[in-house]
Design a protein around this ligand. Structure first.
Ligand code: PNW
Length: 455
């Protein structure tokens, strides 16, 4: 292989795609037998979601997927990461199967095929069936057993249509943020011991997802987790700051990536957790640490880290607080730090030996992006993409096994507790008319995908 230089195109087999998730775009929340999800319930509780926005209609992708895939194809999109709505397939999480749910996805995959788009399918992207939450949700092993059955069902049903599987999306968001901080559905504020147990159950479900693909996925099926690892960036790219960032990365990601890699919870994680450590049953880690084919990373931002001044601290690292005027998107957590792409992928390869990495999400959310004379001039998003793609390119040039990039998101959608006000799409959605209008960033990304070059 000839070396990649600053101006070279991305490698010929590098995957460019776009991403979305069922609950955020499908709508049809109570149609054709779909059961209630924890987000359907949470959105109706006063004060939980911006403006009380619900998922009932969203982008109405349920009825408009053909139009959406035609638009994707016209932009040259060849890979689309989507998720399956568990409550569409098992309205109560377990028990009775809803054949109309499977039919919907068969029709959707057929449309993708007609439009020349390859599906990358996430089994679980946060829309837990409410019935399972009523029985303990992620705090209970009932959910693990139900997920095992659901994973078997979907892999068997779609083995002919889907070859790229992702088990879970962002474990931290539906455990720590949902059962600890309470900002995401179901909005519980449990003690850390309970939260740690929800992490453990999510890891078990990931293992069941891998098992299901190995058993039923058929020839050529591949599977991995999508993690939103905590990301750090060395303040200066000097050996001392890089070593500090690496130590920080190991510590912050010990309970998901570290545990999966080691085949047990790392000793320093157990020491920090103390009495709050999760309960582990015999056989759990055989499932959790089953080998995968790839690791997906959702990367949006990062923490700056440096080596402490000599004698200043007994820690190996020091986090650097951001000044108040540091640039950010409208999502309050989304500080703009493009090197997050480079360092997250590089550390995953170096620390855990991953040989096939994908950015399964990267993007930015803004509030006011009006259509003016038929255009949304989102130069801010064009810049964001450009700068982050540059860091993906740099990672590849440095030998990091980064094989693809999925932009979040194809279309503006339901941004969870921020409702519809926060727009992440390269396609604008008018929530009254449901009209789709590609933004300037869509034209930009189309040109990048076509030329495989950062323009
Ligand atoms: C991801 N954070 O969520 C999700 O996978 C998507 O469903 C979501 O729409 C997208 O990113 C944009 O938010 C995140 O606090 C939520 O750092 C929160 C954080 C990161 C990602």
């Amino acid at each position: 292989m000839t070396a990649l230089t600053y101006a070279s195109p991305f490698p010929a087999d590098f995957v460019f795609g776009v991403a979305a998730a069922a609950a955020q775009i499908e709508g049809a929340a109570f149609i054709d037998g779909k059961g209630e999800s924890i987000w359907d319930r949470f959105a109706r509780q006063p004060g939980k979601v911006h403006d009380g926005d619900t998922l009932d209609v969203a982008c109405d992708h349920y009825h408009r997927f053909d139009e959406d895939f035609a638009l994707m194809a016209s932009l040259g999109v060849k890979h689309y990461r989507l998720s399956l709505a568990w409550p569409r397939i098992y309205p109560n999480g377990d028990g009775e199967l809803n054949p109309a749910g499977l039919d919907f996805y068969h029709r959707l995959f057929a449309s993708m095929k007609r439009h020349g788009i390859t599906p990358w399918v996430t089994m679980f992207h946060w829309d837990l069936p409410q019935s399972l939450e009523d029985r303990g949700g992620w705090t209970s092993r009932v959910t693990v057993d139900a997920f095992a059955r659901y994973a078997d069902t979907v892999v068997q049903a779609f083995a002919g249509e889907v070859k790229h599987w992702i088990t879970m999306n962002e474990i931290r968001c539906f455990t720590q943020l949902a059962y600890g901080y309470g900002t995401k559905a179901p909005g519980r504020k449990e003690p850390q011991a309970v939260v740690n147990q929800t992490f453990h159950h999510a890891l078990l479900c990931h293992g069941h997802g891998v098992r299901a693909v190995r058993e039923f996925g058929g020839a050529g099926a591949v599977v991995g987790l999508t993690d939103n690892c905590d990301v750090c960036i060395p303040v200066t790219e000097t050996p001392a700051d890089i070593a500090a960032a690496k130590a920080w990365f190991l510590e912050k990601n010990a309970h998901v990536l570290g545990a999966m890699h080691a085949g047990h919870y790392p000793a320093d994680y157990l020491a920090r957790a103390g009495a709050d450590a999760p309960e582990v049953l015999p056989g759990d880690f055989e499932l959790i640490s089953r080998p995968t084919d790839h690791l997906g990373l959702n990367i949006y931002t990062g923490t700056y880290v440096r080596a402490p001044k000599a004698g200043a601290s007994d820690k190996a690292w020091e986090a650097v607080p951001l000044p108040a005027n540091y640039p950010k998107a409208d999502s309050p957590w989304l500080h703009i730090a493009p090197q997050c792409i480079y360092w997250a992928t590089r550390f995953c390869a170096e620390l855990y030996g991953h040989t096939s990495l994908y950015i399964t999400e990267n993007g930015c959310g803004y509030n006011d992006e009006p259509v003016v004379n038929g255009e949304v001039l989102d130069l801010h998003r064009r810049d964001f993409l450009r700068n982050h793609l540059r860091e993906a390119h740099r990672a590849i040039a440095d030998g990091v096994p980064l094989h693809g990039y999925f932009l979040w998101s194809f279309i503006d959608n339901y941004e969870w507790e921020d409702g519809y006000q926060r727009r992440f799409g390269i396609v604008h959605c008018d929530y009254e008319t449901l009209q789709r209008t590609p933004k300037l960033s869509a034209r930009y990304y189309a040109d990048v995908m076509r030329t495989r070059t950062i323009l």
